[in-house]
Design a protein around this ligand. Structure first.
Ligand code: MG
Length: 367
């Protein structure tokens, strides 16, 4: 089998609820890049990447030029065995993990379709019927966040990510964590996320004040050293996210004792191939994993659900239904949350059939 064509679309995704994070990061309408790889055997693989502005070393307008640079290596290649293809791309263009993520997902879709298997079968085999979801609560007034948490609890959600720090008001952050913790009752998991934008002083004051509560901290500060100081000031468990993006940073966070849990985002690591390797490393390190991506619609969501379904439930903290936070849906039949949980699509490959009309005009093609 040989790759013959690569087609790209840019689809604006609008959040159902504008999403405020620390550091001035806002998610309202953002561009998602959708990619299709066609082959001479008539099989096609789909990929997607949706960077959030100012969030990671990634931006939506960078995806198409990076793929243009890699297209000559891809065209004519055999797509079966994504890691071999990605190895050649890594030698051709260093970095640009976010752009490679969309390609890598499409190669896995193609490989699984050629094998006539659902993708999870190639990522370790299905280990669970469905997976728990967390619900992320935008950083607004504490009372509103508690109400949103209650609404999500009523739908079956039992894990709550509380965004902190958007207004640089550490006392409001204490109220956010305290009110959400009260709203969802004991047993549910509540964690406060600064998206690496807090100061060591403010985060330590917040963490010490809530340290008598059952709360996990996520990504308080820009460096691992500051995160470690916040953790030691409070004794609370900590989840890593932005700072853990490759093997070296996972190992460093583990050594520093700040990785009780970690977010494995496909485009942060560079696609399914490298995130699968990170998943296996985290199983060894004992970090509970949130398998997800930065943002996106049904293609990204399906890819991460296959990896989450192929991960031992004991090691999986939760996963994310990104497509449930935004519109439009790329595939109306793709999975949705049911009682706080979600299952991967059935069918071969990713199991996603994008609606070409929703994708609109093609943004670029390579032959
Ligand atoms: Mg996070």
């Amino acid at each position: 089998m040989k790759i013959t064509d690569i087609t790209l679309w840019v689809v604006p995704l609008t959040s159902h609820e504008t999403y405020y994070m620390a550091g001035g990061k806002t998610c309202d309408t953002v561009d998602s890049v959708i990619l299709r790889i066609d082959t001479d055997k008539g099989l096609a693989g789909w990929g997607e990447v949706c960077p959030i502005p100012h969030y990671l070393a990634a931006y939506a307008k960078g995806v198409i030029p990076a793929i243009a640079e890699m297209a000559p290596v891809l065209i004519g290649s055999d797509p079966i065995g994504p890691e071999a293809v990605m190895h050649r791309l890594d030698a051709h263009l260093i970095g640009h993990r976010y752009a490679k993520s969309a390609i890598d997902i499409a190669l896995w879709d193609l490989t699984a379709k050629a094998a006539n298997l659902p993708l999870y079968a190639l990522l370790g085999g299905r280990q669970t019927k469905d997976m728990p979801l967390y619900h992320s609560i935008t950083c607004v007034a504490p009372e509103d966040m508690a109400r949103m948490a209650k609404e999500a609890y009523a739908t079956g959600i039992r894990q709550f990510q509380v965004k902190l720090g958007a207004d640089n008001n550490w006392e409001a952050d204490i109220a956010r964590l305290t009110l959400v913790r009260e709203a969802v009752g004991s047993g549910a998991l509540v964690y406060g996320d600064w998206n690496n934008s807090g100061t060591q002083l403010d985060c330590s004051r917040v963490a010490r004040t809530v340290s008598h509560l059952d709360i996990m901290l996520e990504a308080p500060c820009p460096t691992m050293e500051e995160c470690a100081a916040v953790k030691s000031a409070s004794g609370l468990p900590m989840k890593m996210d932005e700072l853990a993006h490759d093997t070296a940073s996972l190992l460093q966070a583990h050594r520093m004792g700040i990785m009780d849990a970690v977010a494995l985002k496909l485009s942060k690591f560079g696609g399914l191939s490298v995130t699968r390797r990170a998943r296996d490393l985290c199983m060894h390190l004992g970090a509970r994993m949130c398998i997800e991506d930065t943002w996106g619609s049904d293609i990204t969501t399906s890819a991460l659900l296959h990896l989450a379904a192929a991960t031992a439930p004991r090691n999986l903290l939760n996963t994310c239904d990104l497509s449930g936070y935004v519109g439009p849906r790329i595939d109306e039949n793709a999975p949705t949350r049911q009682n706080g949980r979600i299952a991967p699509p059935s069918g071969v490959g990713l199991g996603v059939s994008p609606n070409i009309e929703v994708l609109g005009q093609q943004a670029a093609t390579f032959h």
